[in-house]
Design a protein around this ligand. Structure first.
Ligand code: ADP
Length: 265
């Protein structure tokens, strides 16, 4: 199936936005970018689709707000920066969505929440209620309580958990590259985009994994792991370039290329 026909057929869509996509070169939340994202989500909604957003960017938004802690590597400072940045991040989302009369709801999770049956049930119920009422859930990891053992670790995995929990029709990861390449496109000019991956477990044979970009956390590795998690539940995943103008609608209309990880038949 092509990405365009998959997206046309999908009603429940999880969109994950990476730090690099969301922040400008100084680490501030890119408000113009958010505005354009919201406009695309409104088009999806008009076509009867439901959207859940998983967003990164709290720490970098915290750094941008409080430049003086920039170099602190202490974990408590990192978590404190996330606490500050999360507010900045949600404030930016709220402003743009409210301008279009859409409400948002914040949901923050840790790994433990997904390992506990009653917590998972509560998450599901809240998620469904928000969506049924036309509110856009915006999800992030709860960084202030997440120490190493209970950390989900990266939002690619969190987005995959969310897609599985909601039983989404497709998970879209927006990053700063067009998709997965046979080698890191930032290091090699001749890297080739892989447009369809029909068995993610075989990907090691065709892909060489390189370094992640400056503000990013997981790199391409966590995107592959996310594909494994959702594909196992029969959900396809698209990895696309969130930095490209109108990317979601262009994917829907078949005007842009990306990588599609399809579940095995
Ligand atoms: P995000 O912040 O959007 O989650 P990351 O920066 O963590 O994204 O990861 C994406 C980066 O992974 C790309 O910008 C690219 O430099 C790097 N990368 C390494 N190897 C590959 C590869 N084989 N194909 C695509 N990207 C790769």
């Amino acid at each position: 199936m092509s990405i365009s026909s998959l997206m046309k057929a999908s009603k429940k869509i999880v969109i994950k936005i990476g730090t690099n996509t969301l922040s400008d070169s100084e680490g501030h939340v890119d408000k113009d970018y958010l505005e354009k994202l919201v406009q695309q989500i409104i088009i999806l909604a008009k076509e009867g689709k439901q959207v859940v957003i998983v967003t990164s960017g709290a720490r970098i938004a915290g750094v941008a707000t409080l430049g003086k802690w920039k170099l602190k590597e202490d974990v408590h400072y990192k978590q404190a920066l996330c606490a500050i940045g999360q507010v900045e991040l949600m404030d930016a989302y709220r402003r743009v969505f409210n301008e279009h009369d859409i409400h948002i709801g914040q949901m923050l999770f840790t790994k433990e929440d997904f390992n506990d049956y009653s917590r998972t049930l509560n998450i599901r119920n809240t998620l469904f209620t928000l969506i049924d009422e036309g509110v856009i859930p915006i999800i992030n990891e709860n960084d202030t309580v997440s120490y190493e053992e209970i950390k989900i670790g990266d939002n690619d995995t969190l987005a995959a958990y969310t897609a599985n929990l909601w039983n989404a029709d497709v998970l879209i990861l927006l990053s700063d590259i067009d998709g997965i390449y046979n080698k890191n496109p930032k290091e090699y000019d001749d890297a080739v985009l892989i447009e369809e991956i029909s068995d993610v477990h075989e990907i090691d044979k065709i892909v060489k994994i390189g370094e992640a970009s400056s503000f990013g956390t997981g790199g391409i590795h966590t995107k592959i792991e996310a594909a494994k998690l959702v594909n196992e539940c029969g959900i396809p995943m698209i990895l696309a370039n969130g930095g490209k103008e109108n990317i979601i609608i262009n994917l829907l209309e078949g005007r842009e290329k990306a990588s599609l990880f399809s579940p095995k038949e």
